[in-house]
Write a protein that binds this ligand. Structure first.
Ligand code: FAD
Length: 384
């Protein structure tokens, strides 16, 4: 595509849309980038902001938005009285202040001439003369290329022929101050998987000082996400003493799924719009951090230059999705091989990223150290 006068419409000013605009506006001065956003104001608090250190390194400006770093992840399965602690000998996970991060991206792209239009939902997109007619609240305009970064809602991806496999969970969180700070390990996060959480999962993540974020994602059918949050709050108060909320309840859609067709004729989908998520943890920033950097190359030089990267990412996310679907079976298996009541300590070597859930899982389960002492000891130590 000739880059002079190329007009690009980015639909959605969440992290996917902002990062796309960030890379696009740096790639060639003659691109014109416009971002449409349905909401009235920038950056809303909704996300925990946990990413691997490797993902954070791929995200521009993320260092200034860093809140905390972690080296220990403890997984609890209450019905099995099972806990597995994955410890890294380095900081492996970072917590970003998502609101600050998105505001920094927004300031950056606006300074570079990207037009960002709030309170301006896109209603309709139609293929017209090799480009797109985009109709939004503020009017109608013609663009050469579309970046769809409109979040999990299915309407626009469907209209544009983009395909994804997706299951939507309802995610809610609350920030609290804990009474007993000495119990709060600052570089440690806790995740809970349990059939009591309606096919979902929950998390406790330190915020610094006495602060703790309590969150959960559930499918709202067997149990509501608010009920899950109440259960997690009561678990947190058993662990850390009294609990005093200092935020309201906030959150949004937590997805499980993977992209099937993220690139179409004159359009690319990014982030939640095409279910670019790590299904076990609901993490969206991993896929977004990889795919957003490829967008200028895709638009300026064509699909064949980036297709293999998109395919590899989609395959990785699809595998993570199927692993998340097999969690109930794996828990049954854990019970039947006698893991109930055990405490596992898994030492994760330097080479494994927190993003690589599959290898962490498989290597710890297939470790000889795990299988051998199953019958006798209640504490197991494993190195991977
Ligand atoms: C409770 C919770 C905790 C999470 N924790 C983590 C975590 O720890 N780590 C992690 O990596 N991920 C986490 N996630 C997931 C992560 O937040 C999402 O994957 C990510 O925000 C998706 O970004 P996005 O830009 O694709 O979509 P969104 O953030 O949903 O942005 C889409 C934007 O498009 C706008 N829009 C929609 N339709 C239109 C339209 N027609 N016209 C114009 N604008 C439109 C919307 O208003 C919205 O602003 C969490 C999510 C939740 C809900």
């Amino acid at each position: 595509m000739d880059s002079s006068n190329t007009r690009i419409a980015v639909i959605g000013a969440g992290v996917s849309g902002l990062l796309s605009a960030y890379y696009l506006i740096r790639s060639a001065g003659s691109l014109e980038v416009s971002v449409f956003e349905a909401r009235g104001s920038p950056a809303r608090p909704h996300c925990t902001g946990l990413v691997s250190v490797e993902t954070a390194e791929r995200l521009p400006l993320s260092r200034e938005a860093e809140l905390a770093r972690f080296r220990l992840v403890t997984l609890l399965v209450p019905e099995l009285k099972l806990s597995a602690s994955f410890s890294y000998d380095r900081y492996a996970i970072t917590r970003l202040d998502r609101v600050k991060f998105e505001r920094m991206l927004l300031n950056d792209i606006m300074l570079r001439g990207v037009e960002v239009s709030y309170n301006d939902p896109v209603y309709e997109v139609r293929r017209l003369g090799g480009g797109w007619d985009v109709r939004s609240r503020s009017g109608s305009s013609h663009y050469d290329y579309l970046v769809l970064a409109s979040g999990y809602n299915a309407r626009l991806p469907g209209l544009l022929g983009l395909k994804r496999c997706v299951r939507v969970l309802s995610g809610v969180q609350v920030d609290v101050e804990v009474g007993n700070r000495s119990e709060l390990i600052e570089d440690s996060i806790t995740a809970v998987i349990s059939s009591y959480l309606g096919g979902g999962f929950a998390w406790l993540v330190p915020l610094g000082g006495r602060g703790l974020t309590i969150g959960c994602a559930s499918d709202n059918r067997s149990i509501s996400s608010l009920e899950c949050l109440r259960m997690m709050t009561s678990l947190a108060s058993k662990l850390y003493g009294s609990i005093k909320p200092f935020s309201g309840v906030y959150g949004g859609a937590v997805l499980r799924g993977y992209p099937i067709e993220a690139i179409g004729e004159g359009v690319v989908g990014l982030g939640d719009a095409v279910a670019m998520v790590k299904s076990l943890s609901g993490g969206g920033l991993y896929g977004i951090s990889i795919a957003s950097r490829l967008i200028p190359e895709l638009i300026l030089r064509g699909k064949y230059r980036v297709q293999s990267h998109f395919t590899r990412l989609a395959r990785d996310l699809r595998q993570q999705y199927y692993l998340s679907k097999s969690v109930p079976t794996l828990l049954k298996l854990a019970r039947s091989v006698g893991l109930a009541g055990k405490r596992l300590y898994v030492h994760v070597g330097k080479h494994l990223s927190y993003d690589n859930h599959i290898r962490m899982f498989i290597e710890s389960l297939t470790s000889r150290a795990l299988v051998a002492p199953l019958t006798s000891r209640s504490t197991l130590e494993i190195s991977i």
